[in-house]
Design a protein around this ligand. Structure first.
Ligand code: NDP
Ligand code: 2IT
Length: 451
């Protein structure tokens, strides 16, 4: 790295931290992009003069609002709602909504920032945004979740629309929540439009949207593995999380011939040395999506599996790791364990699950390592396909959607190779994804003038 680039990054980060204090996740996400993009900027004084990176880290708009609701006991509850509309250069703001007790402005901004580059990589015309609340649906009744969603949407609906901003799911927001949010939106606006994605199959949802993030991550992993003449066949896979992304990553990896041996939640993980099969996975779907239970119960049902409380799955020997739970869930110690145990491919289903120190370990050991903004883009891409279907008032078949999804993941992989291949032939997927996403958005911003 040249002295110029080093100074540029240092000054940029000092200003960013001073201007956005107390937002460590946002700082982390920006630094990662900046480290990829700054050397490129040095060769492009025009983009430097245009202050494109400085503009990109300033959200176009941040909406923060009170969400009052009443619980089943008649007690008043107050949560905080957010929508960060980060960048609309290449299309309407697009990105999920997260309901989790840890949600704060830093997490919203890091997710919205990553979403801008991810959406650009999908090849579809979508800008980047993210929203959510510090409300946790866990342990709440359906009626409480509905009342919360209705209160949340009563405010949010003022700021979104099919050509303005199109939210979807993320942690804590699945089919049930999208349903309640959409119902309230439709009632207040008196319009039926594709303003949310991840909708139900009978009311505008795209086939394969529930599966898309996990499946897309596996398609991306297939492309990564193919660069080394490998495939999922016969490989042992560790997956974290047991929600939407983890469930479908497990299903696809398994169907591609892999042995999936772990799943987790925020209380611990299960290790099934025999691997998941269709029946066990069906149980996980029911346990998590219908009974809303905990992954611990898997080990009660299948005694050959072990449950490890308060631990993450990265100490289990595997060939391929797919973090599909949350940010910063693989730290340097976890990374060292994975490398020591022979893991050679890490494909992120979650957003920013690997700390910078852990990424450095993977890359120095030349692992196949892909950042979420590349490998989990299948979810938002299929949301984009849902928007298209809603606009043209059609519903595509599963095969049609799957074909688009395959093509998009393969195009993202090609973009990573184009911008991320290093002199020794190693594909730096972080660099490739960041530069490819950045260039598309940067050029659109330049062409649209100083807005
Ligand atoms: P879900 O709510 O369906 O599942 C989340 C899973 O992760 C649960 O098993 C949850 O366990 C676990 N988890 C959540 N927070 C933590 C935590 N702090 N520590 C440990 N485990 C945790 O969410 P999704 O599957 O949709 O999302 C998972 C990841 O994928 C997130 O990073 C999300 O941003 C990303 N993503 C999601 C997409 C989508 O289409 N849904 C698209 C692209 C990325 P518990 O029940 O204990 O909370
Ligand atoms: O992080 C993500 O890409 C998502 N949560 C999906 C967003 C979307 O609009 O489908």
């Amino acid at each position: 790295m040249s002295k110029f680039t080093e100074n540029y990054i240092a000054n940029f980060m000092n200003e960013l931290v001073a201007k956005n204090p107390g937002e460590p996740e946002f700082h982390q996400a920006v630094r990662e992009v900046l480290e990829s993009v700054a050397p490129y900027l040095e060769t492009s004084p025009y983009l430097l003069d245009q202050k494109i990176m400085e503009r990109m880290v300033e959200p176009e708009r941040v909406i923060m609002f009170r969400v009052p609701w009443m619980d089943d006991k008649g007690e008043i509850q107050i949560n905080r709602g957010y929508r960060v509309q980060m960048n609309s250069a290449i299309g309407p703001y697009k990105g999920g909504i997260r309901f989790h007790k840890s949600v704060n402005l830093s997490i919203m901004k890091f997710l919205a920032f990553e979403q801008v580059y991810k959406n650009a990589l999908t090849t579809l015309p979508m800008g980047g945004g993210k929203g959510g609340s510090d409300f946790s649906p866990r342990g709440k009744s359906d009626a409480e979740v509905m009342r919360f969603c209705q209160s949340f949407m009563t405010e949010l609906q003022k700021h979104i629309g099919p050509d303005t901003d199109v939210p979807a799911g993320d942690i804590g927001v699945g089919g049930r929540e999208v349903g309640y949010l959409f119902g309230q939106y439709k009632r207040l606006r008196d319009e039926w439009s594709g303003t949310l994605t991840g909708k139900g199959q009978t009311w505008g949802g795209s086939l394969l949207r529930p599966e898309a993030t996990g499946y897309g991550a596996c398609y991306f992993a297939q492309a990564m593995l193919a660069t080394r003449g490998k495939s999922f066949e016969g490989q042992t896979v560790c997956i974290s999380g047991s929600g939407n992304v983890a469930q479908y990553a497990a299903q696809k990896a398994m169907r591609l011939g892999a042995k999936v041996v772990t799943l987790s939640d925020s209380n611990g993980f299960i290790y099934d040395p025999e691997g998941l099969d269709e029946e066990k996975l069906e149980y996980v779907f029911t346990l998590k999506n219908v009974l809303r239970g905990r992954i611990k119960e898997y080990a009660d049902k299948y005694p050959q599996a072990q449950y490890f409380a308060d631990q993450r799955p990265w100490g289990i020997k595997c060939d391929i790791a797919m973090p599909c739970a949350t940010q910063n869930e693989i730290d340097a110690d976890d990374a060292r364990k994975l490398v020591e145990n022979g893991c050679y491919c890490v494909t992120e289903g979650a957003n920013m699950p690997t700390t910078p120190e852990a990424i450095a370990i993977f890359q120095s050991h030349k692992l196949l390592y892909s950042p979420g903004k590349a490998s989990n883009a299948g979810g938002v891409a299929t949301s984009g396909l849902e928007m298209t279907q809603n606009s043209i008032r059609q519903k595509w078949t599963r095969e049609e959607v799957d074909e688009h999804l395959h093509r998009i993941m393969s195009d993202i992989h090609d973009a990573c190779i184009k911008y991320g291949t290093e002199e020794d032939g190693y594909i730096n997927y972080v660099k490739g994804a960041n530069i490819a996403g950045f260039l598309k958005v940067a050029n659109a911003m330049v062409e649209q003038g100083l807005v």
